[in-house]
Design a protein around this ligand. Structure first.
Ligand SMILES: Cc1cc2nc3c(=O)[nH]c(=O)nc-3n(C[C@H](O)[C@H](O)[C@H](O)COP(=O)(O)OP(=O)(O)OC[C@H]3O[C@@H](n4cnc5c(N)ncnc54)[C@H](O)[C@@H]3O)c2cc1C
Length: 392
């Protein structure tokens, strides 16, 4: 089936009487929580967001995962992670819309090239999605891309395809999300919640005058939902400039799957590196996939990060002009992974609690798709309020 990437997204109902709209309490101020908040607000719901930490417009040294995301839209989602969900397709259409105004939203639409060490026709995951991929703007599957984009063939890449892909400058985008939500009346609270949400749902609903709760706490769903399947997949971004001073400015992204194991200790993750133009004049070099590693205090001297930096330089020779002194920042983030897949469902014990977490390396890619689905789930329960809504 050919999928329509530019479909109209918000075709679900708007509330008839916004005055009497239920209030939804969202726990989590990352991309998943805030996109859910905006989707609900757009439909007329009232929303309160409670988060321990929010994204910051200035470099604070303490960033939430959603700011550290490479934030490249990937299909199949993702080179890093195991999700095969179609939620990313909804996000494609939304980010395309937002990319009409990149300075304000932080969303860009750029040519993205994905390189492989095997022929794409031998890769089941890629091949399965080829029909959908071929409908993306700018799609081309051609090994000649390797030569045309001047990558080093000694690294073993033999095949490539390209298409236009949204990529998000997360610092700008998170602030855009907050602004949109604020303007639509969202109430923000900074607070940390401890313990199982289902045990305190009634207290939280009373405290925040809400009838429903969304759990968008990312990695902390391990505690708040008591979900032992949640684990961190540590990743890293090395930030350098892309202003044409050290090499010709790069305007397309490059994503290289399965170069070789960057860290031998991580048997579960797939190794990959990416080179992403960020905003107008930065380049984010990234990757690293280390399961169950929690420490974020790493520098360029940490051997797997050093090896990753060398790998990207080896892959794309113009990057060899960059030395350690050109690295502006090393950002370490813990992708909120979950064995199996994203959890997007009502809590089986506490019916007014909806879980939306575990997006791993695809939280930006899935953000709009999951938010749209979550709001449709709320629409549906409105039809059976006796089960879901407590009296205030
Ligand atoms: C190096 C790297 C590269 C990545 N590249 C991509 C990419 O190219 N494409 C892509 O789609 N994704 C990418 N990701 C993944 C993406 O960053 C995540 O999937 C996404 O940010 C998850 O968003 P979230 O809102 O669930 O979690 P978070 O951003 O972690 O937000 C969780 C929120 O919950 C709050 N919270 C947590 N616990 C509590 C509590 N107890 N009480 C109150 N509040 C709480 C936090 O303060 C925060 O506000 C990448 C990630 C990394 C690290």
């Amino acid at each position: 089936m050919a999928l329509q990437f530019t479909r109209t997204l918000d075709n679900s109902m708007k509330l008839k009487n916004p005055q009497r709209a239920p209030r939804v309490l969202i726990i989590g101020g990352g991309v998943v929580g805030m996109t859910s908040a905006l989707q609900l607000l757009n439909k007329g719901y009232k929303v309160t967001v409670v988060a321990k930490e929010y994204a910051s417009p200035v470099s604070s040294g303490k960033r939430i995962t959603s700011e550290i995301a490479g934030a490249l839209w990937e299909w199949p989602p993702a080179v890093c992670g195991r999700h095969t969900d179609e939620k990313s397709l909804d996000s494609y259409g939304k980010f395309m819309e937002l990319a009409m105004n990149p300075k304000e939203t932080g969303a860009y639409l750029r040519q993205s090239i994905f390189y492989f060490k095997d022929k794409v026709n031998d890769l089941p995951k890629q091949l399965e999605k080829m029909d959908e991929l071929s409908h993306l703007p700018g799609f081309r599957h051609d090994a000649k891309l390797i030569e045309e984009t001047a990558v080093n063939t000694d690294t073993g890449v033999v095949d490539a395809y390209q298409h236009m892909a949204p990529m998000v400058d997360t610092i700008t985008y998170m602030q855009w999300l907050y602004k949109q939500c604020r303007e639509k009346g969202c109430h923000f609270v900074q607070d940390e919640i401890h313990g199982l949400l289902r045990d305190q749902a009634e207290d939280l609903k009373r405290k925040y005058k809400a009838q429903l709760i969304f759990n968008c706490s990312g990695l902390n769903a391990k505690e708040l939902a008591g979900d032992e399947d949640v684990y961190p997949l540590r990743g890293v971004i090395v930030k350098v400039k892309n202003d044409g001073s050290l090499m010709p400015k790069l305007n397309h992204s490059m994503c290289i799957s399965l170069i070789e194991d960057i860290d031998e200790s991580q048997k579960e993750g797939q190794s990959f590196v990416f080179i992403l133009p960020r905003g107008d004049d930065k380049l984010w070099l990234g990757g690293m996939v280390q399961p169950n590693q929690w420490d974020k205090n790493l520098t360029l001297d940490y051997p797997p990060i050093r090896r990753m930096f060398e790998k990207v330089k080896e892959f794309y020779a113009p990057l060899r002009n960059y030395g350690d002194e050109d690295v502006e920042e090393v950002l370490v983030g813990l992708r909120p992974a979950r064995k199996g897949n994203v959890r997007l469902e009502w809590d089986p014990v506490c019916p007014s609690l909806l879980h939306n977490y575990g997006h791993g390396g695809s939280g930006v890619t899935f953000s709009w798709g999951c938010a749209i689905e979550a709001s449709a789930m709320v629409d549906r329960v409105l039809k059976m309020p006796q089960i879901y809504f407590s009296k205030l």
